[in-house]
Each structure stands twice: as structure tokens, then as C-alpha cells.
Design a protein around this ligand. Structure first.
Ligand SMILES: Nc1ncnc2c1ncn2[C@@H]1O[C@H](COP(=O)(O)O)[C@@H](OP(=O)(O)O)[C@H]1O
Ligand SMILES: [Mg+2]
Length: 288
């Protein structure tokens, strides 16, 4: 298994779609999805089509699920190759005219995120990762990089990143604050809290060593929100798990249905007890 072609196609498509959404940012029409699933713009739909068509042209036999073309009830297979696409991650910040939005393309092979690309149009930055961990006879190397401002290359490796003794730097959603996050934040004793839009850009902060921990505040988070960032973070030597410490599942349903954290290894050990305490308190409060 050599993912060179997959990586090069995914990088080009993320950049192409990214440029289109950037051009449309101030003029695109906004509407709201059914069932409280949040806002969607014409730019989401445009980028979704570009990426879907581009992947289908080269990888005809692969399954592709995109946020905007997904049909309710589609079962996510346990085996085989599946692309998961989020044409705009951070649509809320995109609509506000901010810069915290990204195009994300991820590839799952037999249930594991193996390839991820995130492109942030406003800063012309691209993160990518190939995750061969746990594969015997892998024909590709585990590797992750950030290409900043279109050219400067930074290797992402947080395998041995120590947690500074004051406590973690924690990333949280700028657009979707939740009571669950407030509960956990109270226990974590963070030294710094970074509020940012886009799941991918927050996980990229960890892969770059700029944050230690990120907690997703909703159980409604979808596989296309986590696939590309997970491949990059795992390749960089970080972890992404459910708040119960289990590996993420990329099969069956499109929604993870559980709170998720992304972390460095040293921070994961540090937050285990406070996280468990917060979850216990949360459950008690919900019952009461
Ligand atoms: N509390 C919440 N409820 C619903 N969706 C949420 C959420 N928190 C995050 N998300 C989803 O996660 C993505 C990024 O959110 P955020 O910018 O807050 O980190 C968004 O996806 P899209 O922007 O792809 O639609 C959003 O739908
Ligand atoms: Mg989206």
C-alpha cells in the first residue's frame, strides 16, 4: 500500500476547493440544515462537489462520503477504502468572516484513519499526515507536516512532548460553547484556553505542539469532522479517543455519538483523573 498518489490528489483538491471558498466568503448565501444540524452555505456545496468529483475521477472504486452529499442512513463499512470529506470545517466562523475554517480530506482504510489533509485558505497553510501505525509491512512511512504560508515546511512530531508543570494549554470551540466543556474545564486547571473555530484547526494546534488538549463539546460530531485531523494527529504522535479512553470507531454510523478528546501523550496521562471526575459529576448533575 503506497499512498503517494492519494496524498498528492488530496492536497491539490483541498487547495483548489479552499481557494474557491475563500473567494466566495463575503458573498455566499447561507441557509440552515434540517434537524438543527447547523448552517450551510453555497460555498460548502461548491467545495463539496469539487472534492467529490476530483476524487471519483482518480479513485473510481473507492467509497466517498461528503458532509453535503451524505444521505441519512448510509452505513459506514468496517472494511475497505473510504474517503471522508468536510468541505468547510468551521462554517460558523466562515460565515462571520473569520479565518478559522478549513477544507478537510481524510482516507479510512479498514476502519483506521490513514491519510489526512487540512487546508486553511486564509493563511494558505496545509497540514497533512500519513498514519501507518500498527500496520505490518506498511509500504508508506508514518509522517506529518505543516506547509506554512504555502512554502515553509515544518515536520510535526509531538511523540516526546512534555507537559509543562503548570498544566495543559487547552483548545475549545469558539463557535459552540457547551455546558459539558465548562464542567470539564473547571476540573482541568488549564494554564491557557485557546478559543478557535474548526475541529481540524484545533487538532492541528496539538500536532504542532501549540496546545496539549482539545475536548469536543458535542456527541453529535461526525466522522468527516475527525477523520483527516485524526490521521494527522496520530501520525504526529498524538492521541484521539472517546472520553472513556477508547479508540475512535470509523464504522456503522456517521455520527460518533460520544464526546471525544485529542491530546499529546503526556497530557493524556495528566488529565485522566480530572476528566473522569468531571464526567462523574456531569452524570450526577444530569440525573439530579
Ligand atoms: N456543540 C455542537 N453542536 C453541533 N455541532 C458542533 C458542536 N460543536 C462542534 N460542532 C461541529 O463541529 C464543527 C466545527 O465546530 P467548531 O468550529 O465549533 O469547532 C462544525 O462542523 P462544520 O463547520 O463542518 O459544519 C460543527 O457542526
Ligand atoms: Mg462542514
Amino acid at each position: 500500500m503506497n499512498l503517494k498518489k492519494e496524498l498528492s490528489v488530496a492536497k491539490e483538491l483541498a487547495k483548489e476547493a479552499g481557494k474557491v471558498i475563500l473567494n466566495l466568503q463575503n458573498t455566499t448565501k447561507v441557509s440552515f440544515k434540517a434537524n438543527g444540524e447547523g448552517p450551510v452555505t453555497e460555498a460548502d456545496l461548491e467545495a463539496d462537489k469539487i472534492i467529490y468529483k476530483g476524487l471519483k475521477k482518480v479513485f473510481q472504486d473507492d467509497q466517498i462520503i461528503t458532509e453535503e452529499s451524505y444521505l441519512t442512513g448510509t452505513v459506514i463499512p468496517k472494511k475497505g477504502r473510504l474517503w471522508l470529506i468536510d468541505p468547510i470545517d468551521g462554517t460558523s466562523d466562515y460565515i462571520r468572516g473569520g479565518s478559522d475554517f478549513a477544507c478537510m480530506i481524510g482516507l479510512i482504510i479498514d476502519g483506521i484513519p490513514r491519510l489526512g489533509v487540512i487546508f486553511q485558505p486564509k493563511t494558505n497553510s496545509l497540514w497533512w499526515g500519513l498514519n501507518a501505525r500498527g500496520l505490518s509491512n506498511a509500504q508508506f512511512k508514518t509522517q506529518a507536516q505543516k506547509i506554512a504560508a504555502g512554502s515553509e515546511i515544518i515536520d510535526l512530531n509531538i511523540e516526546n512532548k512534555e507537559l509543562k508543570n503548570q498544566g495543559p494549554i487547552v483548545a475549545v470551540s469558539k463557535s459552540h460553547p457547551t455546558i459539558f466543556i465548562d464542567f470539564v474545564m473547571h476540573e482541568l486547571k488549564a494554564t491557557k484556553v485557546i478559543k478557535k473555530g474548526s475541529v481540524g484547526l484545533k487538532i492541528a494546534l496539538i500536532a504542532e505542539g501549540k496546545a496539549d488538549f482539545y475536548l469536543i463539546g458535542t456527541r453529535k460530531i461526525k466522522l468527516w469532522d475527525t477523520c483527516a485531523p485524526a490521521a494527522i494527529l496520530l501520525a504526529a504522535g498524538g492521541v484521539i479517543k472517546t472520553v472513556f479512553g477508547e479508540n475512535l470507531e470509523f464504522s456503522n454510523e456517521v455520527s460518533h455519538g460520544v464526546h471525544i478528546y485529542a491530546s499529546t501523550r503526556s497530557c493524556e496521562a495528566f488529565v485522566k483523573a480530572p476528566l473522569e471526575a468531571a464526567i462523574a459529576q456531569w452524570k450526577k448533575a444530569k440525573k439530579g
